[in-house]
Design a protein around this ligand. Sequence first.
Ligand code: SF4
Length: 471
Amino acid sequence: MGMIIGMSFPRNDKNLGLEPSILNVLPRGSNVEYCYDNHDFDDSAVEMYLCSVYISGMAEFKKWAMRHDTRKIVVGGYHPTMFPEAFLNYADKIVIGPTDDIYATLKRKSTPFRLSRYDASKIGNDRFVGGHLISGDEWTDYTNNLVPLESVVENRIFEGALTFSNLPRYDLYDIGRNQQIIPGKKPDDLVTSVNTSFGCPFKCDFCCTPVMFGPRLISKPLEALSREVDFMKAHLIHSALLSPASVLRDRYVFVRDENFTLQNDFEERLRIIARLDAKIYMFGSANTLTKKVMDKLKEYGVYMICIGLEDPTKTYAKNKTLDKVVAGLKDRGIYTYLSFIVNPLEVVGAVKATAFYKALKERVYHLMPEMICGNFLMPFPGTPIWDDYYHLISEDDFKEYDSKTPFLIKNRVVHDKMRYYMFKFQWDYFMSSKYDQQVRDFEVEDTLHLRFLELKRYFDEVYRSIAIVRP
Ligand code: SF4
């Protein structure tokens, strides 16, 4: 029996990461392992490589795959879902969409893919593969055998199956590596994560969730969630025992659902998760956080809700009640984590940048959340905004899909200035007397404070190099 190896591209980041999603797919068995550093293997000892590939990990994946027997490689995740054709030369099987059961997935009927006709001598790259999944009118032609067989790829691309019958292989992972930036969380505190549903029915034009999961929210059965939570609790206790510094420390659990409170039975789900005796934090959408819902969150001791303020110069239907919600969470002693988006193309030059940060400051200093987090706009292939930006994005930019890099700006000085000013906005907020007086003490050596000290040292250097240079 050969080994089954789980891997994530880009490789698991021990500073900011959580449990890698590939653990949800790895089967049971003593021949299964998770590889942290994406090293090379002897193919003869391996039965199957299961690789999750995110957009920023594509370059690393390609290099690794070219050193291995691609007939043993199965890929899944966002990038294979969006661009299955990009993997036809690097993997044997390509899984699109979410899955938690690799064997059930590979037993499904494959999704046919039609290759584009192209002249290899003109493309100049004989590893290039173009084409599309067969659907719509073409599907009728395909089922009537009207599509030339030589142009159709079969048995390579599979839609992921969700069976909820397998426990994620968290036992293969050291949760001591999980480090999340959370106000109040000390470095030795343990953090773990759980998914109770997949997808989101909203259609925010910049978000890749609807692309990955379709316009549905798929809930995990309560019984499967309950089994998983019991298993995680044992793993948490075991991990705390392995790390003496963590035994008496706080524990946190991140509910990774895109929209947890949208589920009618979210209270039952909270009751199950509360069995972990951990501080619970989760994503939330202001429009789903009614008074009744917030009361329930308080009842189960929810610690923090992460809400997207998004671009402060735009209005979002989901954020109509944001002010009331943030105030309601404060009243109930629940922390708010507000994330905002900076579109780099909208803050070019001092006038536009000043106007943007003024608008952002008004919103943030009015809402006074415990945590803010800035992200640069990342147009994802497949999202409604992609058409407006794809002409500015090359495959090389995919490496920088980390939300902290304004890759839409090609001038490195402007690029670095934008990174600096986004950091500085957040630093100024946390160090403001208003935050100190109205929110909480920032300088408490939790992961939020320590991370910002690290960033401060880094950006002081960046500033020294950009302050004297005009773009
Ligand atoms: S509500 Fe959140 S997860 Fe849902 S589409 Fe909008 S940004 Fe994405």
